[in-house]
Design a protein around this ligand. Sequence first.
Ligand code: HEM
Length: 426
Amino acid sequence: PTAPNGCPVSPLAAEFDPFGDAYQQDPPDYVRWAREQEPTFWSPQLGYWVVTRYETIKAIFRDNLTFSPSIALEKITPTGPEANAVLASYNYGMNRTLVNEDEPAHMPRRRVLMEPFTPEALKHHEPLVRELTREYIDRFIDDGRADLVDQMLWEVPLTVALHFLGVPEEDMATLRKYSIAHTVNTWGRPRPEEQVAVAHAVGNFWQFAGQVLDKMRQDPSGPGWMQYGLRKQKDHPEVVTDSYLHSMMMAGIVAAHETTANAAANAMKLLLQHPEVWREICDDPSLIPNAVEECLRHNGSVAAWRRLATKDVVIDGIAIPAGSKLLIVTSSANHDEHHFADADGVDIRRANASDHLTFGYGAHQCMGKNLARMELQIFLEAFSRRLPHMRLAEQTFSYVPNTSFRGPEHLWVEWDPALNPERRDP
Ligand code: HEM
């Protein structure tokens, strides 16, 4: 096979399959050959150029005019006519939010909507995160065994996300149910027979998000980020558009929830796979903030992101034509030896751990990064204090096949409840 620029495709590039289990299990290891030998390559299976090195990816993030984020939420697997008809029957209209908005529209919107993410504003959410963390751990602390994903790490960030957005309590259960469909719809490769079911779920999610927003419109005085957006719309209707608000009401849940839930599961998995590191954290919780950064670097929850080349470019010496789609494998960048010494090692004191690209970089860098960091730190503080003796149970890890959002579907841990510190020292 040849790439769109006429160059031959190497056998490993031809084999590259980001929906296969090898990619899900360890994306940076799966593309190690590329990072070392062919850092930017054409993937015939995906129809994307795949970019794997740190400096290259950072430069792409830095230039959001040449490398447009407009395809960030585009369905990576185009759906067939049947699924499209289902989506249309729900008036599905997911459009630009922030993450996929081009300049000059993006920056003014980002600025107008930034305040709820400032450290002072985020402080208001801390008590809720602590309370939920305590409650959920209370439920299983005497059991000696738990699936941390099913029993805590999926739901707590979801509840925090819904509160952050300002979703009324009575609508939370419905939105919980719908949110996973959006991930498969956007970043996954559902089989044709699954596509229709996914389309119904996504359509329902879209409509319900619209209803929740309409309800908020009647009284936009609440503390949530969506109410904040509704208030800002009054002064800046051309910046905070109806289409933005409806799309963000749906996309925001996933942006804030799954990313953080997966990050927490990935972090606990990584730390428990390195018991000596876990022990250090338990002995000295002041190591937690940098340990969180190292976990986000080593085993982050966003494996890859997307950009569209708006003009002819040269990337890693490869001529890439205008209109090309790029899969930028940020998880690979995070293991680039040229930027991180002993990149595959876990070093919770690593001085440049927070240089990771898991939150992206530049104009679109994750707005919620400090909310996510707060949650992750609080989870690690609670686990290291209340269950320092927990260890990973024997298990194999499964992942939802998709290019971008990555975390184990289950994370079984076990411990001897008789040794719980709270029993010894109540
Ligand atoms: C953007 C990752 C948590 C809200 C992004 C981007 C990534 C990302 C990769 C795109 C960056 C770019 O294009 O340069 C993550 C990860 C999280 C997380 C790994 C958790 C560990 C959150 C949370 C929120 C949030 C909790 C809260 C609402 C956003 C928003 C944007 C964004 C609004 C768009 C920013 C813009 O385009 O200007 N995030 N995110 N994220 N994230 Fe997050």
